[in-house]
Design a protein around this ligand. Structure first.
Ligand code: FE
Length: 137
């Protein structure tokens, strides 16, 4: 794993859009069916919009019907971190970028095979990077 990225709120504000800052740094949630990637099907890697670490591969993306981009696995087990989230009276597992500890979304145990997991991620937390051998977006 690459070195940790640590920045102040002021520094994050300078490099993120207001919506990205709200989601990534304040654990916000974008409205369903509004993000740029819930209905995005180009091959490539989805990286952290805050620090650029590779997080999810298009090969693991599936149509969950939720209105948020959904994946059944991260690119590597150490690319994301998880922590218990009991906000709003719900027991959920929060998913964070392991490098910059930005909020990405949540993981639920109702995904497809082979993992049975559903990583429900905000588009605002991601940046799609096409594969070098593929045409662009
Ligand atoms: Fe990150």
């Amino acid at each position: 794993m690459a070195d940790k990225v640590v920045k102040s709120d002021g520094e994050w504000c300078e490099i993120l859009s207001p919506e990205e800052f709200r989601v990534l740094r304040q654990a916000g949630t974008e409205r369903a069916f509004t993000g740029r990637y819930w209905d995005h099907h180009e091959p490539g890697i989805y990286s952290c919009a805050a620090c650029g670490q590779e997080l999810f591969d298009s090969e693991t993306k599936f149509d969950s019907g939720t209105g948020w981009p959904s994946y059944y696995a991260p690119v590597a087990t150490d690319s994301v971190a998880e922590r218990e989230d009991n906000k709003w009276g719900m027991r959920r597992t929060e998913v964070l970028c392991s490098r910059c500890e930005s909020h990405l979304g949540h993981v639920f145990p109702d995904g497809p095979e082979p993992t049975g997991l559903r990583y429900c991620i905000n588009s605002a937390a991601l940046r799609h990077v096409p594969r070098p051998d593929q045409p662009g977006e």
